[in-house]
Design a protein around this ligand. Structure first.
Ligand SMILES: NC(=O)c1ccc[n+]([C@@H]2O[C@H](COP(=O)([O-])OP(=O)(O)OC[C@H]3O[C@@H](n4cnc5c(N)ncnc54)[C@H](OP(=O)(O)O)[C@@H]3O)[C@@H](O)[C@H]2O)c1
Length: 281
């Protein structure tokens, strides 16, 4: 598996997004564990999760617990796996998603994530989403405090605009290593953030890289045409398209089945030509 960097850590060029294994439509735990093990077998060393990837109120951190269990039951060496989690989003259990970016919540959330993941320090902790009721600098100040206290090894942000990226970088004294924003063929609006990350050498993790949920099954004619040229899936072409945007890009496709994540792990081997790229967004 080709690799890319998040801060000073080398990770697989394609990661695994854990969300679909813990929210609406999730599979049983046995299938999820097989999916995570398949990703590890294929050389994936980046797993993206969050404390808010759960369904019901009483199971905050469902996905973190799942990832920790899958790592513990994996037969091979998992020391090189970077588990990236997030705090700042909350799911009350009625299907909605709300935010809480207060420093006190982030400190508590981080402690709970540490316990669920069973680690002394979280590899990459990302502030999930700006909270309109809390100054952004206060939320990022909490992330800085967690870094300084050694609770987290690296700091990232998610759903941030260029101004917020620059502010976070300043508050973290240059220690901002990643930005995770929505970006896919059907959602190109994060292009300015991607360009900024490219210019600053900050890892950019496109979320819902295939468009998310049902959209992931139909990426349109361009991806189908290029896929047919190489005899590969349009989804694999899409992930290769992401990787071709910049060396800082590390897509994190979600999966509920071993077969889909296995297919995605081959994307870095696909080198798209100028002719191919001309057919794509
Ligand atoms: N920071 C944020 O606010 C935020 C928000 C949303 C998501 N995320 C993160 O981003 C990750 C990815 O987003 P997402 O899961 O919503 O959407 P996505 O990655 O665009 O799509 C996931 C779906 O694509 C299918 N798929 C994956 N690889 C495939 C392949 N090679 N061929 C065919 N189908 C394939 C999967 O099918 P199967 O399920 O059948 O395997 C899965 O249901 C999430 O898991 C989460 O970690 C972050």
């Amino acid at each position: 598996m080709h690799s890319r960097r998040i801060g000073d850590v080398e990770v697989s060029a394609v990661g695994l997004g854990g969300m679909p294994m813990s929210i609406e439509g999730r599979p049983d735990e046995e299938q999820s564990v097989r999916t995570i093990h398949a990703a590890l077998d294929a050389g994936i060393t980046l797993i993206d999760t969050a404390d808010s990837y759960h369904l019901y109120a009483g199971e905050v951190g469902h996905n973190e617990t799942l990832v920790a269990r899958a790592l513990a039951s994996y037969g091979g060496d998992t020391s090189a796996v970077l588990v990236a989690t997030k705090g700042g989003h909350v799911r009350p259990g009625d299907g909605s998603w709300t935010v809480n970016g207060s420093p006190s919540h982030l400190f508590e959330a981080c402690e709970a994530s540490l316990k669920r993941l069973g680690v002394d320090a979280i590899g990459l902790y990302q502030f999930h989403r700006p909270d309109p009721h809390v100054p952004y600098a206060d939320s990022i100040g909490a992330i800085r405090d967690l870094l300084d206290a050694g609770k987290i090894r690296m700091a990232g942000i998610s759903n941030a605009n260029p101004e917020q990226i620059l502010l976070a970088r300043e508050i973290l004294s240059g220690r901002l290593v990643s930005v995770q924003n929505q970006f896919s063929p059907s959602f190109l609006s994060s292009a300015p953030e991607l360009a900024l990350c490219d210019s600053l050498g900050i890892a950019f993790l496109p979320w819902a890289p295939l468009g998310g949920g049902r959209r992931a099954s139909d990426l349109g004619d361009g991806f189908a045409t290029v896929g047919a040229r190489y005899g590969v899936s349009p989804q694999r072409v899409c992930l290769a398209w992401h990787l071709a945007k910049s060396p800082v890009v590390i897509p994190i496709p979600g999966a509920r089945r071993p077969s889909t994540i296995l297919d995605s792990t081959h994307a870095p081997e696909l080198s798209l030509s100028a002719d191919d790229l001309a057919l794509l967004p």
